[in-house]
Design a protein around this ligand. Structure first.
Ligand code: ZN
Length: 465
């Protein structure tokens, strides 16, 4: 059957899958023709032709809705117990010390490693929440977009699609408190930030389908007046860290009399452009408010677990029809399936129940997780997604698991990928029609890893001197 063969003139590349998750649902024996970076034609129920690249299962690439790429460099470096009770806030001290050593070339090398791993883990776009802007002494670089260019260079090199979210960060605490010294590389006034937005737009112009949005860092880092101005600087996505920590909620209550999510909704119009990152600690009414807004809850389950943040109220949020997606945030590990697994498992532990994130009875949990993360991730990144003619050809091939083919038709293969996969289940990835992952590895994996190791050794050496 031809889904759309009117452009079947001559695709540059043909892929053939035993099964593929199309916009319309699962289809068997699927040929997908790619041309000019787009899905040109989809044929179902057909045999492979000579020259086709043959794979088992094809699914659309996911958007990683929240990343701080440079933090990939400190993965595993903050797992030593300090003198007092460790928390997000002690982790942040480690992060500040690491940040003090990073220059643009090093950020580009670390970001390339993170982005290559994202592609290997099933993410084809990243929403980069980019807050490391200035030189070591806190002064803007002569080219204020220097660091944005480093991020764009890493995206260009690895092939990942980029939604760049320059971060406006001005204060250290609620009420417009002066920034702290370790935050000097993040800080801007509104005028400086306007220039930074323009420079960031220039930085991403080297990429074929990059998008720019904006990220007021958090309610503690921007005043209400600044928040309104910053949100008006773009019509792209708006992301904010919110209600990640109990202390943050308490501080917000003391200062404003309101909880953070309520305060945000009372200050600006929150709609589908918005992604509220974490939103871990919400009251029942805040949960309904967020769900009803069309904004995306940006969940980062592995980082939230690593930092001991808490558990998102997913059951109530889903019951209210809320939209969500996942992000790799601190990049302590990078893998779409592992994020989704951690999300579901944290809910199981909290609810003492199973299949919490599944839909109605009989529905696959993996299928529900994947579809929700695909739609929510795309909305948060400011794009559409899905295997459909005319859409950008961002496609992930999952390997078969040898012998259990019967049980892997349709959604059960997503259950296996998310809950039970071993040995690099993401076999191949095409980004804008070009193959960027082959046999489970990014095509530049070896070179990217070598450069990353060299840069990290140099930075950590510096820290010891
Ligand atoms: Zn974050």
């Amino acid at each position: 059957m031809t889904v759309d063969a009117q452009n079947a003139a001559s695709p540059e590349t043909w892929l053939w899958f035993e099964q593929a998750l199309l916009d319309t649902g699962w289809a068997q024996s699927v040929r997908i023709g790619l041309r000019n970076g787009l899905i040109d034609v989809i044929l179902t129920g057909v045999v492979a032709e000579p020259g086709d690249q043959i794979h088992v299962t094809g699914v659309p690439g996911l958007s990683n809705l929240h990343s701080h790429a440079f933090q990939r460099g400190m993965a595993g470096l903050a797992e030593v117990r300090g003198p007092s009770r460790d928390s997000f806030w002690t982790w942040r001290e480690t992060m500040y010390r690491f940040v003090d050593r990073l220059r643009p070339d090093e950020v580009a090398a670390i970001a390339a490693m993170a982005f290559a791993e994202m592609l290997e883990g099933g993410f084809t776009r990243v929403a980069e929440f980019h807050y490391l802007h200035h030189d070591l002494d806190g002064r803007p670089y002569d080219n204020v977009g220097e660091m944005a260019e480093a991020i764009a260079a890493a995206a260009a090199e690895t092939g990942i699609a980029l939604t760049l979210l320059p971060v406006f960060y001005a204060h250290s605490a609620f009420g417009g408190a002066a920034p702290a010294e370790p935050q000097r590389r993040f800080i801007n006034g509104l005028d400086g930030f306007h220039s930074l937005m323009q420079a960031s737009e220039r930085a991403i112009s080297i990429l074929p389908d990059a998008i720019i949005g904006v990220a007021p860092h958090s309610l503690r880092a921007v005043t209400r007046e600044e928040l309104s101005v910053v949100c008006g600087m773009t019509c792209g996505p708006v992301h904010i860290h919110i209600a990640e920590q109990v202390r943050e909620v308490d501080d917000c209550l003391v200062w404003s009399g309101a909880r953070p999510v309520d305060l945000l909704f009372d200050t600006v119009e929150v709609d589908r452009r918005w992604c509220l990152v974490h939103a871990t600690h919400m009251s029942a009414s805040e949960t309904r408010r967020l769900a009803n807004s069309g904004a995306v809850a940006g969940l980062c389950p592995m980082t939230e677990a690593n930092l001991g943040d808490g558990i998102f109220p997913a059951a109530a949020y889903l019951a209210a029809g809320g939209v969500w997606g996942v992000g790799s945030d601190s990049n302590v590990l990078i893998d779409a399936a592992q994020e989704l697994r951690m999300l579901e498992y944290s809910q199981r532990l909290a609810e003492r129940s199973r299949n919490v994130m599944a839909g109605p009875a009989g529905g696959s949990t993996g299928g529900a997780l994947f579809r929700a993360a695909l739609a929510g991730g795309a909305r948060a990144a400011g794009v559409s997604a899905g295997l459909v003619v005319g859409e950008v050809a961002d496609i992930v091939a999952l390997a078969g698991d040898g012998g259990a083919a019967e049980a892997s038709v349709g959604d059960p293969c997503l259950d296996r990928w998310i809950f039970a996969a071993r040995d690099r289940p993401v076999e191949a990835v095409w980004r804008r029609g070009g193959q960027v992952v082959r046999n489970g590895r990014h095509v530049a994996h070896a070179e990217t890893t070598r450069r990353f190791a060299r840069v990290l050794a140099m930075i950590l050496d510096l820290g010891n001197s």
